[in-house]
Design a protein around this ligand. Structure first.
Ligand SMILES: [Zn+2]
Length: 387
């Protein structure tokens, strides 16, 4: 065992507090557990929101933040022989552990596996409450981080490829978020090869979304964000076909017009919000072509803004589907289904019939407006009704 008996961790007393470096005892490594040396750990927008007091649930303050972590296993228990993917694990291996891992056992995990990110008892800060052992070794802003699959079976550890530098390993978790967002669009057949993609926001998620979009087959990627240096310039260096600097454009029409001019045609096939800005949703919808797909990545989009629940689109992991009228093929489905069901529903009870006359039409309109019937129906030829 390494000689270090104390481990330095950064903790915060609560929202708005400054970081305090403290020492905690090096834990005894359990059977299916590991202690790894943190090489690097990113600062996520979520961390900033937590520190601003936006996290919706109680948190075990003081605790250690940081979940974009990569490091090297220092000590490993005999029961932890393989990573989540089945790769052998040994001391000295490069690893990362992601936050918000599903337990795999709860009702939700079993019945909604595609949305297992909404697990009822995920491995994350909230569930660390009550763990007496090394309570501050669960975050990445520390010298070391501890993981224990006996205590928290949902914990997932991934061995990073040998040739992958650890600084790059810290980007795996945020990058995955971008991939999943586009994958959701692909699963719905809404992101075809060559698609034009607009990304709102040029923070870390926006920049990684440029890469994800291009790697997943986008034809052209446009980024709406700020500032030019360093963010928009990096987006272009990463392959964005164009960028729109919102620093000097007020929210609303001006931004929409600038993006639409750059996108051309009917608008973008896919718009992904990585900005977390309250105006992004309404603006992004107008950047889309009709029939396009909007992906909301912001879990704090409306934090601190006027009362709205727009962020719930993201946090509920829902699919919002706009459906306007129908196509020609749909109509035949309607005819067939209605006819097949005609004896199982008394559709006639829906209708109130009115004669074809000025009075009859006025009465039908009034009946409909005043909800005195379900379906006011004007009947010029009563004799043909049963034909
Ligand atoms: Zn679960």
């Amino acid at each position: 065992m390494a000689a270090t008996e104390q481990v330095a961790v950064a903790t915060f007393d609560g929202p708005g507090a400054r970081p305090v470096i403290r020492s905690v005892p090096r834990p005894a490594v359990g059977r299916s557990a590991a202690l790894f040396t943190v090489a690097a750990c990113g600062v996520c927008g979520t961390d900033l929101h937590i520190l601003a007091g936006h996290w919706p649930k109680p948190l075990p303050w003081p605790f250690t933040l940081g979940h974009e972590v990569a490091g090297i296993i220092d000590e490993i228990g005999p029961g932890l022989t393989h990573d989540y993917m089945g790769n052998p694990l040994r001391a000295g291996d490069k690893v990362m552990i992601p936050p918000l891992m599903p337990c795999g056992e709860c009702d939700w995990c079993r019945h909604h596996p595609k949305h297992a990110n909404k697990c009822l008892k995920p491995v994350y800060y909230g569930r660390y409450i009550g763990f007496a052992q090394a309570p501050h070794l669960w975050g990445g802003w520390a010298e070391m981080e501890y993981l224990d699959l006996d205590m928290l079976p949902g914990t997932k550890v991934y061995r990073l490829p040998e040739e992958m530098p650890l600084w790059l390993g810290t980007l795996a978790e945020p990058f995955t978020s971008c991939i999943r967002g586009f994958k959701r669009a692909q699963q719905m057949d809404q992101f075809s090869p060559g698609a034009t993609v607009v990304i709102q926001g040029s923070g870390p998620i926006g920049v990684l979304a440029v890469v994800a979009a291009l790697e997943m087959g986008a034809g052209r990627v446009i980024v709406v964000g700020a500032p030019e240096t360093p963010r928009l310039a990096l987006c272009r260096a990463f392959g964005a076909a164009g960028t729109v600097d919102i620093m000097h454009l007020p929210p609303g029409e001006a931004r929409i017009a600038a993006v639409r001019e750059m996108v051309g045609g009917y608008g973008a096939d896919v718009v992904m919000d990585c900005s977390g800005h309250p105006s992004a949703g309404p603006e992004g919808i107008e950047m889309l072509r009709d029939g396009g797909t909007y992906v909301e990545m912001g879990q704090f989009t409306d934090a601190g803004a006027v009362a709205t629940n727009w962020h719930r689109v993201c946090t509920k992991d829902i699919t919002i589907i706009g459906s306007w009228a129908f196509t020609a093929d749909d109509i035949w489905t309607g005819i067939v289904m209605l006819n097949r069901a005609r004896n199982r529903y008394n559709f006639r009870d829906m209708q109130m019939h009115f004669p074809f006359s000025e009075e009859g039409i006025s009465a039908a309109i009034t009946a409909a407006r005043e909800m005195r019937c379900v379906k006011a129906t004007i009947v010029p030829r009563p004799d043909l009704l049963e034909r």
